[in-house]
Ligand binder design. Structure first.
Ligand SMILES: Cc1ncc(COP(=O)(O)O)c(C=O)c1O
Length: 500
């Protein structure tokens, strides 16, 4: 039975020190042995919950007991995104400096809502945002704010676009302000966060218009122009275009300079979704990724996808950040004394009041790796992606399903050469003249991914391109080596043989 003394206050310092040392070993062991864990569990839904005590704890338990349950129930029930054989989504990673940065952040327990509530958090946020801006060669007229995700970033950007197009919506709401029906345009490859933003902002999901893409999955700008003109004729109000730099399925890059011209001509807001692709702009050889960005109104960059910062850390840049502040500043009386004029109060730049000290982990990682260190790792992802694509191209039972962009390879099992000929698949990709064979190939591609993921030895994703199921890998993990990738390729070959 715990004494009263022990139930009040915090863990005694000596006990806490011992726990921290134990945890340090746990973290180091976890990182070192990660490659030997199953990448993903093969449990039925609910299996983890049924193994845990579901009644709320009445009495306190020892930390050692809790840590041992993490080993028994939580770690085996996870998809290990940092596992070297995890190639799902964008393959993003954590790193040792990232973990150290997260650990330092925990005891500081900051609320970075105003400058006064933590000057260091506010000023460090401003600093790391500006480092990324410089790495992207963005002009200094762009200022930024850190949010949790790109989805939240695009919602804030479109709120500013809405206010500038219908200036009293903030005060009177869409109907009160007599706002028109706004239209937003994004490619058929753009992320669904566009629709989520439209739902939240009262635009309506259907008013996000999906524009077809060309053979390389980039937005078709002629069709974009036509769609805008048609909407104007129909008395709808074109508000914004979302150009994507690194789309979710194929990492394709929309022609931002041309889209910027269209936005300028039609007086529309240009939002660049660089959630994944922007990070690769720190490579001198990839500078073209940021072409046209200086013309944008807003840009999202997710360092938690491609600049080594663990979830969550997303930056929204706005050309003249005060445009964002104009829409969201609202200082309640109880915080008035905490705001200092001429200092940034990041609560003014979004709907969130309480804010974590996210900048600290980014600062630790950026300093520890340096731009050069990050660039070298990104370059290796690109090399590995192209190497994998070479393996795909050299085996006639497989096809590339899209051009290789950044760290992403989309590919498709198409069976024997005879199958391929019967299916009418040409070297350009996933075209077909035989629906029955294509449907069979869809099922086989899906099955290969599902079998590999269920084995716990590697993790891939599948996606649909032009209606066809394809396999997809994303290179984005500092622990993934050429040997790992080769092992995954061997597994794909073996599994394809088994299912076909
Ligand atoms: C191109 C693109 N934009 C936006 C997002 C949404 O990112 P977040 O999870 O940060 O909201 C994703 C997610 O994968 C994405 O691929």
């Amino acid at each position: 039975m715990m004494s009263n003394k022990q139930t009040l206050g915090d863990t005694p310092p000596e006990e806490f020190r011992r726990q921290l040392h134990e945890l340090a070993d746990w973290v180091a062991d976890f990182r070192q042995n990660l490659g030997s864990l199953k990448v993903a569990p093969d449990d039925k839904p609910g299996a983890i919950l049924s193994a845990l005590h579901t009644a709320p704890p009445e009495k306190g338990e020892a930390f050692d007991q809790i840590l041992s349950d993490i080993d028994r129930f939580i770690v085996p029930g996870m998809v290990h995104w940092s596992h070297p054989m995890f190639l799902g989504y964008f393959g993003w990673t954590t790193t040792a400096p990232a973990i150290l940065g997260e650990i330092i952040t925990a005891p500081l327990n900051v609320n970075a809502m105003t400058w006064r509530t933590c000057p260091a958090a506010t000023e460090l946020e401003t600093l790391v945002i500006d480092w990324i801006r410089q790495w992207m060669d963005l002009p200094s007229k762009f200022g930024g704010v850190v949010y949790d995700t790109a989805s939240v970033g695009v919602m804030h950007a479109l709120a500013v676009a809405r206010e500038e197009a219908a200036p009293s919506v903030r005060k009177r709401g869409l109907i009160g302000a007599g706002a028109p029906i706004f239209r937003i345009y994004a490619s058929d490859q753009a992320h669904s966060s566009a629709e989520k933003a439209a739902i939240a902002l009262g635009f309506g999901e259907e008013n996000v218009q999906r524009v077809p893409t060309d053979a390389e999955f980039r937005i078709n700008t002629n069709t974009l122009r036509e769609m805008i003109a048609r909407d104007v004729r129909d008395n709808l109000k074109p508000l914004a275009v979302i150009a994507t730099v690194g789309t979710t399925s194929t990492a394709s890059v929309d022609p931002v300079p041309e889209i910027a011209r269209i936005c300028r001509e039609s007086k529309m807001w240009l939002h660049v979704d660089g959630a994944y692709g922007a990070g690769f702009g720190i490579l001198p050889e990839n500078k073209s990724l940021t072409n046209g960005w200086s013309e944008a109104d807003s840009i999202v960059v997710n360092p938690h996808k491609s600049l080594f910062v663990p979830l969550d850390f997303s930056v929204l840049y706005v050309r003249n950040l005060e445009r964002l502040r104009d829409v969201f500043t609202l200082v309640p009386e109880y915080l008035r004394g905490d705001t200092v004029d001429a200092q940034k109060n990041y609560m003014d730049y979004g709907i969130q009041l309480g804010r974590r000290f996210r900048a600290l982990k980014a600062w630790v990682i950026f300093r520890n790796f340096g731009r050069e260190g990050m660039a070298a790792r990104l370059r290796e992802y690109i090399r590995l992606a192209n190497l994998f694509a070479d393996w795909v191209k050299s085996d006639n039972r497989f096809e590339l399903a899209a051009p290789v962009n950044l760290g992403v390879v989309c590919f498709r099992f198409v069976g024997t050469s005879m199958n391929k000929a019967v299916a009418g698949i040409d070297d350009a990709g996933v075209g077909s003249t035989s629906p029955a064979i294509e449907e069979k190939l869809d099922r086989l591609n899906s099955e290969i991914v599902e079998r590999i993921n269920a084995s716990g030895r590697a993790y891939l994703t599948q996606t649909k391109l032009r209606g066809r199921t394809v396999m997809r890998i994303g290179l984005g993990n500092v622990l993934t080596t050429e040997n790992h990738l080769h092992e995954v390729w061997e597994m794909i070959l073996k599994t394809a043989n088994t299912v076909s």
